[in-house]
Design a binder for this molecule. Structure first.
Ligand SMILES: C[S@@+](CC[C@H](N)C(=O)[O-])C[C@H]1O[C@@H](n2cnc3c(N)ncnc32)[C@H](O)[C@@H]1O
Ligand code: SF4
Ligand code: SF4
Length: 363
């Protein structure tokens, strides 16, 4: 039986595809990820941001400059993260500034400072809030150095009636298990919030400085698969394709770098969240100048073939674009235009399958 909401979902998805393709075509920035500070009150094993010294905060003037820049696409999305973003000394002014503009805002947090997070979200009408939790309390404590189960529940309870899109970010890593994922998923169900999942990466931005590894190489310690427990088609595909990618049998172009800007606390504009490659610095140049420079255009072209990470904030975007292109354009044309990638492994048949599932399955 086809559910009426399915058509709404598909309509929203097609609209999003068109937006994505349009910003890719025009080389505009659709998502700005602001790592506003490297201050952090957690001690995660999977991330070394809390160890970074000195502590650096992105000045509010740089964010003002970004907001005025013509390089942004229509209604861009700002992801406010860190470190623990709410520890930025001027977090109130930053959220106030962003909420005065026509932009979508997502706040990412480790959910430790419950009262502060609730106050900021309410005061600045933040509509999207992602909170991290990596397993049952004892496992979560082992991974994150602090178990924020209680404060996370407090935040959700206090914000639940405010029409805020809240979800839990679960990171699959060598220290948690499928049972932990199921436990977190059940919690999201019980509390009426969403969830998303990423996979631990030694290449993630938080590992750039120290680079100590949790696993020797992605393929030597493959994480468990949770794709059968997930309904969202892209997340299912992302988690379910990890082994194929890690064993070197899935080559996808990296489109996301063409439309996502990664800004670090020291003003550096990074190529992405998976490579320590700087495109320029906001203390020296405007974002648009950096984005349209010959060097950036060359790096964007060179790294389309990178395929070096499976970091969800980039590769989910790539999977969606590859699926859509593989659906619309015959593979020989795609190969000719972009190069020989594994379009068909995530392309048309997968997309048709997912569409049928979406149209027919209960929520
Ligand atoms: C860097 S944190 C910043 C926001 C906030 N401090 C938090 O922990 O949610 C954003 C997300 O990245 C995830 N993360 C941290 N280290 C990672 C790694 N090495 N690989 C993949 N994801 C990682 C965290 O679990 C969290 O969900
Ligand atoms: S994952 Fe988040 S909470 Fe943990 S150390 Fe990194 S920035 Fe801090
Ligand atoms: S695949 Fe893309 S996002 Fe990942 S490291 Fe390479 S360029 Fe960066």
């Amino acid at each position: 039986m086809i559910r009426p909401q399915s058509f709404q979902l598909i309509f929203a998805e097609v609209r999003q595809y068109l937006r994505d393709l349009n910003s890719l075509k025009r080389h505009k920035i659709q998502t700005v990820t602001l790592f506003i500070t490297n201050r952090c009150n957690s001690r995660c094993i999977i991330c070394d941001i809390w160890r970074q010294k000195p502590k650096v905060d992105l000045p509010i003037e740089r964010i003002k400059n970004i907001l005025e820049d013509k390089i942004l696409s229509n209604k861009p999305h700002f992801v406010v993260t860190g470190g623990e973003a709410v520890l930025h000394p001027k977090i109130d002014q930053i959220l106030s500034l962003l909420s005065d503009h026509d932009v979508d805002i997502t706040l990412l947090s480790n959910a430790i400072l419950a009262d502060k997070i609730v106050k900021l979200v309410k005061e600045f009408k933040i509509r999207n809030l992602g909170l991290s939790l990596d397993g049952k309390p004892n496992v979560n404590r082992k991974i994150r150095g602090f178990d924020q189960n209680k404060t996370l529940r407090k935040i959700i309870t206090e914000l639940k009636d405010d029409e805020i899109n809240i979800w839990i970010n679960y990171t699959i890593c060598p220290l948690n298990t499928r049972e932990d994922f199921m436990w977190v998923k059940n919690l999201t169900k019980k509390m009426g919030v969403g969830f998303t999942a990423g996979i631990y990466s030694d290449k993630f931005i938080g590992k750039f400085q120290r680079g100590n590894k949790l696993s020797e190489s992605p393929s030597s310690k493959l994480p468990y698969d949770i794709s059968d427990l997930i309904k969202s088609p892209y997340l299912r595909l992302l988690t379910g394709s990890y082994k194929l990618w890690a064993s070197g049998n899935l080559r996808l172009p990296c489109f996301s770098i063409h439309t996502k800007a990664t800004i670090l606390p020291d003003g550096k504009v990074n190529l992405c969240e998976g490579k320590n490659v700087s495109l320029g610095n906001l203390h020296e140049q405007k974002l648009g100048e950096i984005w349209n420079s010959i060097r950036t255009i060359k790096l964007h072209k060179d790294y389309i073939d990178c395929n070096d990470c499976w970091v969800s904030c980039h590769r989910l975007f790539d999977l969606r674009i590859v699926m859509a292109l593989g659906f619309i354009v015959p593979t020989p044309f795609l190969n000719k235009f972009f190069g020989p990638y594994d379009w068909e492994k995530v392309g048309s048949f997968r997309l048709i399958g997912e569409l049928i599932r979406r149209l027919t399955q209960p929520t």
